[in-house]
Design a protein around this ligand. Structure first.
Ligand code: SF4
Length: 116
């Protein structure tokens, strides 16, 4: 196997699964829609994404990443983002997001919420 740093082929950095029935699962993605990190590697770690915190039916505190496009923003962009944040991973402490993160796209409220 060729080391990834020794190739100019960046095909390993992402792909778009056009056959997926959920595509696009997030709106407002910039660049190619990168499906490589469908399950975000940062879910258990500190990250800069705009997650909300909720408690699941088992009482476990989890991130709701519905509003985050960071793992999907382009093949190269998403790849570089994930690599950077995995260089020195810090386990998430279960607290709400405190980092300021400016996302160009603001998700719309769901239809059921919009009527409220
Ligand atoms: S908020 Fe974004 S970067 Fe953070 S864990 Fe969720 S999907 Fe990943």
């Amino acid at each position: 196997m060729q080391p990834k740093d020794a190739t100019t082929n960046e095909g390993f950095k992402g792909f778009t699964n056009h056959a997926c029935p959920f595509l696009p699962c997030h709106e407002g993605v910039r660049g190619e829609f990168n499906c490589l990190f469908c399950y975000c590697p940062l879910i258990a770690y500190e990250c800069p994404g705009p997650y909300e915190v909720f408690t699941d039916k088992n009482g476990v505190t989890r991130k709701d990443c519905s509003a985050c496009t960071l793992p999907h923003n382009g093949y190269r962009g998403a790849w570089n983002f994930i690599q950077k944040w995995l260089e020195k991973p810090v386990v998430w402490n279960g607290e709400p997001q405190t980092r300021y993160y400016k996302q160009k796209y603001k998700p719309q409220k769901s239809r059921s919420n919009a009527k409220e």
